[in-house]
Design a protein around this ligand. Structure first.
Ligand code: NAD
Length: 363
């Protein structure tokens, strides 16, 4: 069922690239959601990603108690290198195609600065035309500096660098929220929020996954880590973590799998191959489709809905920039992700149902 309020799809006049802005809902307030710049086999795959991600943002905002709805922007880069600078080692799907089968095929290693600027201006113009119905921030493939560029065309943008009046990179807050969720998972599995001595497989060592891995290592956790980009192996070395391929990381025999790369990794094909006891991570849209939550439940694998786990960045950014909370207030709200998830897990256990089913009927 098509449930979006408004979707703009446009060939960007400055960049010539497909610019997609999807507003799923403004029922609770202004729609918010990041700007993703990624390569897709076809621009329609970018549209599908924007539709899915913006709907998930509506749920994420509602579960986090934010007065906002869901939206998303996608700049769909073509897979052919014609329009982009040479794609880096992280710009293609891994040899193991089972990881991240939904959504973009990769994140551009580098996009030429002129094209990048033009595409971000195109995004800013669309958002300005929407008149405040939607505001954007960073997502995969974009960061705080890119928000400055979008901000040259619209005021409805957050997470600019701190020195430019924004709240900066959202990934540290997303990582803090993820750790709060992992403590709730450990409480459910082991009766204590202590992370030390338990094993975690972190799949994706980018901005969020790298932070999460460091925080887990600092808390005394045992780590298996992976990334499609071999350059991230240095993180494993620094943290004394075991480095594996993405496929092995997905199937690692650990207490908790922490998806921190692309979505769509949990599918009817991948679920039977898993060896973890629980899954909780920041990657958006981890399930290929909602019924996969039931497959995980039937296998006895506890899956924490990503809309709850990954909300730290948006809670922090909107708290500081839109609701003018102090840093301490915003971080306290981020930490409350642990309580939200704990309540969800308790209800799910009491009813013998998947946590995703409980999340879908809240609030
Ligand atoms: N940044 C945030 O604040 C934030 C907030 C909410 C959700 N998320 C979600 O968390 C995930 C990670 O975001 P990020 O900001 O760290 O992005 P990022 O681009 O910094 O990191 C992603 C990492 O995943 C790796 N990767 C990509 N495809 C892979 C694959 N198939 N197998 C293994 N590794 C792969 C990349 O090489 C990269 O190192 C995304 O799903 C994003 O939507 C991020």
């Amino acid at each position: 069922m098509f449930s979006h309020e408004r979707v703009v799809v446009r060939r960007g006049p400055e960049s010539g690239l497909p610019i997609i802005v999807a507003i799923h809902s403004t029922a609770r307030g202004q729609a918010i959601g990041g700007c993703r710049m990624a390569t897709y086999p076809d621009w329609r795959d970018g549209l599908a990603d924007a539709l899915r991600l913006s709907a998930a943002m509506t749920t994420k905002c509602a579960l986090a108690g934010l007065p906002n709805g869901g939206g998303k922007t996608v700049i769909a880069l073509p897979p052919a290198p014609a329009a982009v600078d040479p794609v880096g080692p992280d710009g293609s799907v891994g040899a193991d195609g089972s990881v991240g089968s939904v959504g973009p095929v990769g994140v551009p290693g580098s996009v030429g600065p002129e094209l990048r600027r033009a595409a971000l201006h195109d995004v800013g113009v669309v958002i300005a035309e929407l008149g405040g119905a939607y505001a954007t921030g960073p997502d995969v493939g974009t960061g705080p500096d890119d928000m400055v560029t979008i901000g040259e065309r619209t005021e409805h943008v957050f997470c600019r660098p701190v020195e430019r009046g924004g709240s900066g990179d959202s990934s540290p807050a997303t990582a803090i929220g993820t750790i709060a969720a992992l403590r709730a998972i450990c409480t459910e599995l082991f009766g204590s929020p202590d992370l030390s001595g338990h094993s975690f497989a972190v799949l994706g060592l980018g901005r969020v996954g790298g932070h999460v891995a460091r925080l887990l290592a600092a808390a005394g956790a045992r780590l298996v880590v992976s990334d499609i980009d071999p350059a991230r192996r240095s993180v494993a070395t620094d943290l004394d973590a075991a480095w594996t391929s993405p496929g092995e990381c997905l199937r690692a025999d650990v207490d908790v799998l922490v998806p921190a790369a692309m979505g769509g990794l949990l599918t009817p094909a991948s679920v039977p191959t898993l060896h973890c006891r629980a899954i909780a991570g920041p990657a958006n849209n981890q399930l290929d489709a909602p019924p996969t939550a039931t497959l995980l439940h039937d296998r006895g694998i506890l899956w924490a809905p990503d809309q709850v786990v990954s909300a730290g960045g948006i809670i922090h950014a909107t708290g500081v920039e839109l609701r003018h909370e102090s840093e301490a207030e915003a971080l306290a709200r981020v930490e409350s992700i642990g309580d939200t998830l704990a309540t969800l897990l308790r209800t799910a256990t009491a009813e013998g149902r998947p946590p995703a089913e409980i999340a879908a009927r809240l609030p």
